[in-house]
Design a protein around this ligand. Structure first.
Ligand SMILES: [Zn+2]
Length: 306
């Protein structure tokens, strides 16, 4: 992207900043708490609001039903064939806000305020997950469109409403609409910056696996004074299994766990080293000092790539 083309767009973003902020605040005021059925109407309102706003940028938008809270789909196709097609993902739902008495201010009344470290920050539920990020993308599109008259790539925007409750109904939605949502690139904005001065391009995200394990031993409740030591105790079996999940070097021992986990390319590893994530900076604030992961790996590898 040539600078000459980009600069007017950046200038436009600066000039329109207060309006952008107000548009974000309008979204932040909607109580789209997906976990609580009492707020289902608010989730719907957030979806409707976004569909309407994104439509003003020339997108064909729809609020699409799922088995749970609806998803917003917006599509913008240029007249010329063969342009790159970007799929953009975000979520409009937010985490519950209780206990309310721990908030210094009402969670759905956004404000810009001063942080202890001198930065100005936006305080509201969802401001940094994920309404702020998603509106950053929408506002970037808006500025580009306003300056140049059109957007440079084909874009499909998908905004779901159940990210904070596990996306149970969103995965079937994606499956059902696989062909329609096909794109060359996927941009997921449910991520953050490294720190206030270091932007980040997040190229992968960690997943989560869990399982329920039941261990049964004797066929009845036992008296320790009679059977202790002789009868197998399920707690003992369970702690042996849990204790065996890591070896003494912090390496995970589950067979196949590291299959497909690639070592970082040298240039990326060099960049990560420069970020200087140390036990002092990362663990000390939470009252710890010794990293728990693989001893032969950097702390940042332990939390980001392993
Ligand atoms: Zn999120």
């Amino acid at each position: 992207m040539s600078n000459a083309k980009l600069q007017p767009v950046l200038d436009r973003i600066d000039a329109d900043f207060d309006n952008s902020l107000e548009r974000l605040f309008t979204l932040l005021r909607i109580k789209s708490i997906s976990a609580d059925p009492a707020f289902a109407k608010d989730c719907r309102a957030a979806a409707d609001h976004l569909a309407k706003d994104i439509a003003t940028l020339g997108f064909k938008t729809e609020v699409r039903p799922t088995a749970g809270h609806p998803a917003v789909v917006g599509k913008l196709n240029g007249s010329t064939d063969g342009r790159p097609h970007v799929l953009f993902y975000g979520h409009y739902d937010v985490q519950p806000v209780d206990p309310l008495n721990l908030w210094h201010r009402p969670p759905f009344e956004p404000v810009v305020t001063d942080h202890a470290d001198g930065r100005k920050i936006i305080v509201a539920r969802g401001a940094e997950d994920d309404k702020g990020q998603l509106m950053t993308f929408v506002e970037a599109c808006r500025a580009w469109k306003n300056v140049t008259g059109s957007l440079p790539v084909d874009i499909t925007i998908v905004i779901e409403g159940e990210e904070e409750i596990g996306s149970k109904n969103f995965v079937p939605f994606l499956e059902a609409n696989k062909a329609e949502l096909k794109a060359d690139f996927a941009l997921v904005c449910d991520t953050g910056m490294w720190d206030p001065n270091t932007p980040a391009i997040t190229t992968s995200l960690r997943g989560l696996v869990y399982d329920e394990v039941k261990i049964k031993a004797a066929n009845r409740d036992l008296h320790s004074g009679v059977f202790g030591g002789g009868a197998q105790n399920p707690i003992r079996v369970l702690t042996r299994i849990l204790g065996g999940l890591h070896d003494d070097n912090g390496h995970i021992t589950i067979p196949g766990f590291y299959d497909g986990v690639k070592d970082l390319p040298p240039d990326i590893l060099a960049q990560w080293k420069q970020l200087n994530l140390t036990p002092e900076s990362f663990l000390k604030p939470i009252g710890l000092s010794v990293p728990a992961g693989e001893k032969d790996r950097l702390l940042i590898e332990q939390v980001s790539s392993r």
